[in-house]
Design a protein around this ligand. Structure first.
Ligand SMILES: Cc1cc2nc3c(=O)[nH]c(=O)nc-3n(C[C@H](O)[C@H](O)[C@H](O)COP(=O)(O)O)c2cc1C
Ligand code: SF4
Ligand code: FES
Length: 604
């Protein structure tokens, strides 16, 4: 196999973006796959030769990522997300509908090679449940009629329509404008207007402003951004890198996607200023592989920004250089973890490093590196434009600035909404007229995952809490990435825990045994319990497994994975016991647990 002349040129351009050739591995695998349809043994050998690697190294990396095809696939690949928000919206039924129509099982390809139907893990299309991608293009709120059309050879695309939030839109200022992705629209709202002035500031002065603003990382942990930047060693003599975390893979979270797909120049300007603040000359936007539209949008915006002199050498005549490159992932939740992201960027499996050392000291290519979330960075120009005091006072104490909240599941109006951090409660977000507008007709709220699938579940009477890092922590959960998933009274909590453990088992990177073995073990137990084949001992065993994972893994994935089974066992133990005692799921008996209990003669 050989690259076509055009692809050879693209390959040379890709390699030139990185100081280490192996970093070009993921983009090259993608390029070859797009050319050949899949990655044959010959293709792997060819890539190895191109990048001075062994075929074993190439295969080792390729086999880690779900988006690389080591077997031929159908001409049309239909991927149905079956993670929690989509499953609550009927994704499992849709998946089986497509498979039954074609007479295949999930993951299979039809004998004529026309179609492959696969399950996908959360695609960051949670509000558009069930979210489907057909050959990488969005088909959100997908229906059986859509599937029929796709199977008949029609092109059907549907992207989620972002509903507006009430109040002031700052980060979302441009989202609903026509042509919102263009540089002209961004400029007409003041974008790039003060860039020259900010690039004239001393980097330390920007870091100080960000410290004073109380901006906390929006990727999940809420770590103060200015403090993180302050950890960079002075005069290490090595280049400094900025890695923009656009992996957005935490189930329930789909807010960075709005900025990426609707206002890419906001992110680009933020990256340029942040690079100046931390003295980085190169930034890589690590974007999840499934964001096909997002990657195209960013590339186009970057080309415009380069042509206008905002990106590249001697920006606006300031003598400063900042290069920004889009680096696409290939299907792995764990690559959102900052050190796994760095490994993946270096062209390896997305497995985390042991910390310390932290990336600020030893990161990409062994150099000082800052990893920041898209939304975090998007706030930086705002801190400079309106001032640190304004920013700090816009949110709540120690939680500065505007915040993006995603909400999905059994609500009337799912969406990603903007509000001053912590100035709305979880209850406002779920029931507010300008937000999710409450629970779908005829149902009651049962449970809420407030901050993405890794955060412990809250009960219906625990939602009167401020949606900031401290408010949600006080209620015994976490704000995390602020991806709220709402479940009504038709939801079986054993099924819910099983659904999320399926996700974590699938996504465990396998590096440490408590997580690698524990997630599989928990899944088997939950499958048994849900099917009515579990015992009282299984409930204790499930708890013990969560206990032996807690705090004992290489990265926080382990603690994330145990949040659903632990918190459901704690708060909904009665439902687990029902499955064991009655040897079936209560959903086979009645539409709600309360009714099922009444029918079994169990007192409420
Ligand atoms: C399993 C796992 C997955 C993660 N996924 C993401 C992600 O998709 N996006 C993100 O920004 N941060 C994610 N993080 C957090 C990152 O490790 C890191 O804390 C974050 O990018 C730092 O940026 P911030 O300080 O701006 O929040 C994840 C962490 C873990 C443990
Ligand atoms: S906890 Fe261990 S196995 Fe799980 S994702 Fe992290 S490093 Fe990988
Ligand atoms: S896109 Fe399906 S759960 Fe997020």
């Amino acid at each position: 196999m050989e690259l076509t002349p055009d692809n050879r040129k693209t390959f040379e351009e890709i390699v030139a973006r990185y100081p280490v050739k192996r970093s070009a591995l993921l983009p090259t695998l993608r390029l070859v796959q797009e050319q050949e349809g899949w990655l044959s043994r010959e293709a792997i050998q060819h890539i190895a030769k191109l990048l001075d690697l062994t075929p074993a190294q190439v295969h080792d990396t390729a086999s880690f990522y779900t988006m690389f095809r080591l077997q031929p696939k159908g001409k049309t690949v239909i991927e149905v997300c079956t993670t929690l928000s989509c499953a609550l919206g009927g994704a499992e039924e849709l998946l089986h509908y497509a498979c039954n129509k074609l007479g295949i099982e999930p993951g299979d390809t039809t004998a004529d090679g026309r179609f492959t139907v696969k399950e996908a893990e959360c695609l960051a299309g949670c509000g558009g449940a069930p979210a489907v991608q057909v050959n990488g293009e969005w088909l959100e709120h997908a229906t059986e009629a859509d599937i029929d059309k796709v199977l008949a050879g029609e092109t059907v695309r549907r992207s989620f329509e972002w509903p507006r939030s009430p109040g002031e839109h700052i980060l979302f200022q441009n989202v609903w404008k026509e042509n919102s992705t263009s540089m002209d629209v961004y400029r007409s709202s003041g974008g790039y207007g003060k860039l020259g002035q900010w690039l004239g500031m001393e980097p330390e002065a920007i870091v100080e402003e960000v410290k004073k603003s109380n901006l906390r990382g929006r990727g999940g942990a809420g770590f103060p951004t200015g403090m993180k930047w302050g950890f960079l060693p002075k005069d290490s003599g090595k280049p400094i890198y900025l890695c923009v975390n656009a992996d957005e893979s935490e189930p329930g979270t789909y807010k960075d996607r709005v900025i990426i797909e609707r206002d890419p120049h906001r992110l680009i300007e933020a990256i340029i200023v942040s690079c100046h603040a931390i003295r980085a000359k190169t930034a890589y936007i690590y974007i999840r592989g499934e964001f096909h539209e997002g990657a195209r949008t960013l590339e186009k915006a970057l080309a415009e920004a380069r042509a206008a002199g905002y990106v590249g050498r001697n920006i606006l005549g300031t003598g400063l250089d900042v290069d920004i490159w889009v680096h696409r992932g290939a299907g792995s939740y764990e690559c959102g973890e900052e050190t796994a992201l760095i490994e993946s960027l270096e062209g390896k499996r997305g497995q985390p490093r042991i910390k310390p050392p932290f990336p600020a000291v030893v990161g990409l290519y062994g150099c000082p590196t800052i990893v920041n979330n898209v939304e975090t960075l998007a706030n930086v120009p705002l801190v400079l434009e309106r001032g640190a005091e304004w920013f700090a006072s816009y949110g709540t104490e120690k939680n500065g600035g505007p915040k993006l909240y995603s909400i999905s599941g059994h609500v009337v109006r799912p969406g990603s909404y903007e509000a001053p951090m912590g100035r709305i409660t979880l209850k406002d977000l779920i029931y507010g007229e300008g937000y999710a507008q409450g629970i779908r007709d005829g149902h009651e709220l049962k449970a809420v995952v407030p901050g993405g699938s890794s955060t412990p579940v809250l009960l219906a009477d625990e939602i009167d809490i401020a949606m900031d890092f401290d408010g949600v922590a006080q209620a015994g959960s976490m704000l995390g990435s602020a991806g709220t998933i709402v479940m009504d009274d038709s939801t079986c909590m054993v099924w819910m825990a099983k659904n999320l453990i399926y996700f974590y088992k699938h996504e465990s990177c396998g590096k440490c045994s408590p997580c690698r073995e524990g997630t599989g073990w928990m899944l088997r137990l939950l499958e048994n319990i849900e099917a009515g084949q579990g015992t009282e001992k299984d409930l204790d065993l499930l708890w013990k497994i969560t206990d032996s994972i807690s705090g004992k893994t290489v990265c926080p994935f382990g603690d994330a994975a145990i949040a659903p089974p632990q918190s459901t066992l704690q708060k909904f133990r009665e439902e687990f016991e029902y499955h064991v005692r009655e040897k079936r799921c209560w959903k086979t008996v009645a539409p709600t647990f309360a009714e099922a209990k009444a029918r079994s003669g169990v007192s409420a």
